[in-house]
Design a protein around this ligand. Sequence first.
Ligand code: SAM
Ligand code: SF4
Length: 334
Amino acid sequence: MTVPLPHPLDRPLADGQGRRITYLRLSLTDRCNFRCSYCATASPERRGEPLPLPHLARLASIFAGLGVRRIRLTGGEPTLRRDLIEIVEEVSHTPGIEEVALTTNGQALAELAAPLRAAGVRRLNVSLDTLRPATLARLAGGAASLERIRRGIEAAAAVGFDGLKLNTVVVRGENDGELGDLARFAWRVGATARFIELMPFGPGVPVPVAEVRRLLEAQGVRLAPDATRGWGPATHMRGASTVGGEAVGGLVGFIGALTENFCDGCNRIRVAADGALRPCLGGREGLPLRALLDAGATDREISAAIVGALAAKRPGHRMVEEAGQLPSMIGTGG
Ligand code: SAM
Ligand code: SF4
């Protein structure tokens, strides 16, 4: 008797290298109120309307059906979407989705932290590259307000998310002298401090994560091994320091896209603001999911297209080899 082979759509989603895909990063817009030098460099590929709520809800459900369990809403700046709270409610009520997370620049967080939490955001990442207003203006443009970001982070800490992380992209000569201060600030609001190696999507000189660890030690942070692993590629250490004689400490995360490559354990996929499925942030491949949605394709047809695109996912990113030719970070969603 011939035993039928399981159909690819009835198996958990995996890429061509056998890596299980459980994590979707969904970009809600390619627009942003900041102009971060390393991100908002090129115009996004297409300045069309971002995916409307029904398309986002449908994608959440299709990906959940394929085995995705966690969705991070990103951008551009997701808080620019007027229907953000409805999007969160819709996505977080999708059967199969266990966790909704969001990444923001923090500018609108003072007003939005509580509604986002109530709508279903479980984990929040806030980008914080500097505690110095002049550096912020240089890195993110004149619209960025440190005071508003700090108030937003404090509001998020008061609301109490399951996880709060402060993301710092380390840029040589800009913020590499304040890494200790950023870590101490994060711990005082109960957040994890996370340091990200600059990826080559724009100007700026990266600082390898090994050097970031040395700089932290030199700036008054004692680091000890820690086995914490989250959903993403970060490795962690336990940090300790003092502020005004008082002991502070907490987790520090490190993402070394270039020098501590994490592609072997990749569990993620992205949908860009223009509705393109992007199997890898550091690759040019894309599948225009929006065209399928607009054309009224069935869930099964869209699922089959996703499975097909993932089969071709490469073993590793090509950020260095293809620098300058990659789709923009602000469009794909970091
Ligand atoms: N606007 C939101 C924010 O800034 O948090 C969400 C979108 S942003 C593209 C997501 C993350 O990507 C942020 O933490 C940002 O710092 C990071 N990012 C952007 N460009 C980067 C680059 N060239 N290298 C490393 N990280 C980058
Ligand atoms: Fe905007 Fe975030 Fe990119 Fe900065 S990193 S330009 S805040 S999308």
